[in-house]
Design a protein around this ligand. Structure first.
Ligand SMILES: O=C(O)c1ccccc1N[C@@H]1O[C@H](COP(=O)(O)O)[C@@H](O)[C@H]1O
Length: 215
């Protein structure tokens, strides 16, 4: 399981306390309330790595300069939403988790187009050696919204690890796993406080989510 959007040493400590496989840190994306500086990220990375938790840099359309800083900070993986530039792919030395964001398909006429686009993106990513995993997520990353899990049933993700993200929480994760059968479940908003003014991860929600996944 992967818990994303860590912003402090305390958040990282919760992953160690309750047991997670991956910890995600948003960098170089100031639009996100979870964005931290690369210096702050490095402190979190060091804590995670000491406990054998894989540290994932969560990015949107990173530049080569940003990639170098991410690699220098010691991240194990880079999660890439948006565009993956050829120059970035060539300069990359760590495994990539390629995010595919699936737009809302509340317009029935557009459903096939959306799914075809997702299929194309997945097929393209599966051919890339440095891509270790494909992350299927809702339209807006980190929004806490789910997408229609049934819409991706026909996707064949055989070569890479499948990460399922988008609006997961302790109440829906069992149904999500049953429907999609991902290798890794990924959560961010679902383990945060109801009161948006309180930053960081809510311990009781982290515990409930991890229990729900393990049982
Ligand atoms: O969390 C963010 O703000 C974010 C910013 C930029 C790229 C990705 C981001 N979040 C990722 O979105 C998924 C799902 O999150 P949620 O559970 O729906 O809140 C997760 O992989 C986050 O790392």
């Amino acid at each position: 399981m992967k818990i994303c959007g860590l912003t402090s040493e305390a958040d990282a400590g919760l992953l160690i306390k309750y047991g997670a496989d991956y910890g995600g840190v948003v960098v170089f994306y100031p639009k996100s309330k979870r964005d931290v500086t690369i210096k702050e990220a490095k402190i979190i990375v060091d804590i995670l790595k000491k406990s054998d938790i894989k540290a994932v840099a969560v990015t949107v359309s990173p530049t080569v300069e940003q990639l170098y800083k991410i690699q220098e900070a010691g991240f194990d993986y880079i999660q890439i939403h948006g565009t993956l530039e050829k120059a970035v792919y060539e300069a990359d030395t760590i495994p990539i988790i390629r995010a595919v964001n699936i737009s809302d398909n509340n317009n029935a006429d557009k459903t096939d187009d959306i799914i075809n686009t997702v299929k194309e993106q997945v097929e393209k990513s599966q051919k890339l050696d440095k891509v270790a995993g494909i992350l299927l997520d809702a339209g807006v990353p980190g929004s806490g919204k789910t997408f229609d899990w049934n819409s991706i049933k026909e996707l064949e993700i055989t070569e890479k690890k499948l990460f399922l993200a988008g609006g997961l929480n302790s109440g829906n994760v069992a149904a999500a796993v049953k429907c999609v059968q991902p290798d890794v479940v990924d959560i961010s908003s679902g383990v945060e406080y109801e009161d948006v003014l309180i930053k960081g991860k809510d311990e009781s929600k982290v515990k409930a989510f991890i229990n729900a996944v393990n049982n």
